[in-house]
Design a protein around this ligand. Structure first.
Ligand SMILES: NC(=O)c1ccc[n+]([C@@H]2O[C@H](COP(=O)([O-])OP(=O)(O)OC[C@H]3O[C@@H](n4cnc5c(N)ncnc54)[C@H](O)[C@@H]3O)[C@@H](O)[C@H]2O)c1
Length: 254
């Protein structure tokens, strides 16, 4: 069957940031493709909602309420998986402040969640995959911020650039064990993270973002979830160390 490489039946995926937005859409799609999904997030209520959605789509979800910066908790949750074929390290936070007003605690907070949280997830996943001899796929979440500078994006962009470096480095280190590591750098996606204004102001922001894309629209969580499924599945079997950009064409690096 032509679509067989996308089939995740019998596989297990671990998704961080699964309580909402891109993480939730990814968990649901991976489950629809046949995977058992382990959903991790610090938002217990959101996780419950995701697990319900997975169930409605006929899938199986396990939930782990944790903070991705809590390394022992994350390690325990990952190693509770019988087997691990896919790690999607999606949890992240937004922060915006001009360089001259950025405080050390801002930088620490954003690097802790957006970089160290992804690093710990990658490390635990790769350890488990190697121990179980699984030719798995690790997907990290970078951002279009790595392609285009922007005012206020120092902490967020630095953490996402570090995620790209982690992705490329790890890809070279675990490729020999058949493990692939790729990053996704989405453009502006309509999620709770980008829902920062009320009514007209939000519509104005979305309009500005939409006009930056040759497609004339902003992204939806499902646009990114489809990229996650591609990288998680055998459809991308010859792809590693890459950055995939569901960004509506806002940036077009070589
Ligand atoms: N929305 C966009 O436009 C966009 C663009 C590029 C990249 N991204 C990235 O995509 C990822 C998902 O973003 P989203 O837009 O879905 O945002 P979101 O706020 O809807 O979802 C982020 C999820 O991460 C969880 N989370 C945050 N900090 C956590 C922590 N310390 N421990 C555990 N869970 C934590 C939140 O509870 C939330 O469920 C993020 O890494 C974000 O940086 C988003």
């Amino acid at each position: 069957m032509a679509l067989a490489p996308y089939d995740l039946t019998g596989r297990t995926a671990f998704v961080t940031g699964a309580a909402g937005g891109i993480g939730r859409a990814s968990a649901v799609l991976l489950a629809e493709a046949g995977a058992t999904v382990h959903c991790a997030d610090r938002d217990a209520g959101g996780l419950h909602g995701t697990a319900e959605l997975v169930g409605k789509h006929g899938g199986t979800a396990r939930t782990h309420v944790l903070d991705v910066t809590d390394r022992p908790a994350l390690a325990k949750a990952v190693h509770s998986c019988e087997r691990l074929d896919v790690m999607a390290a999606i949890a992240g936070i937004m922060h915006s402040s001009p360089v001259l007003e950025t405080r050390e605690e801002d930088l620490d907070r954003v690097l802790n969640v957006n970089f160290k949280g992804v690093l710990y997830a990658c490390q635990e996943a790769a350890r488990l995959m190697i121990a179980r001899n699984t030719r798995g796929s690790i997907v990290t979440m970078a951002s279009g911020a790595v392609d285009t500078g922007g005012p206020g994006l120092l902490c967020y962009g630095a953490a996402k650039a570090a995620v790209v470096q982690l992705t490329k480095t790890l890809a070279t280190e675990v490729g020999g064990q058949g493990i692939r590591v790729n990053a996704i750098a989405p453009g502006w996606i309509r999620t709770p993270m980008t829902d920062r204004h009320d009514g007209e102001a939000q519509a104005h922001t979305e309009g500005v973002m939409a006009r930056m894309s040759p497609l004339g629209r902003v992204g939806e969580p499902e646009d990114v979830a489809h990229a996650v499924l591609y990288l998680a599945s055998d459809a991308s079997a010859f792809t590693t160390g890459q950055i995939l950009r569901p960004n509506g064409g806002v940036a077009m690096p070589w």
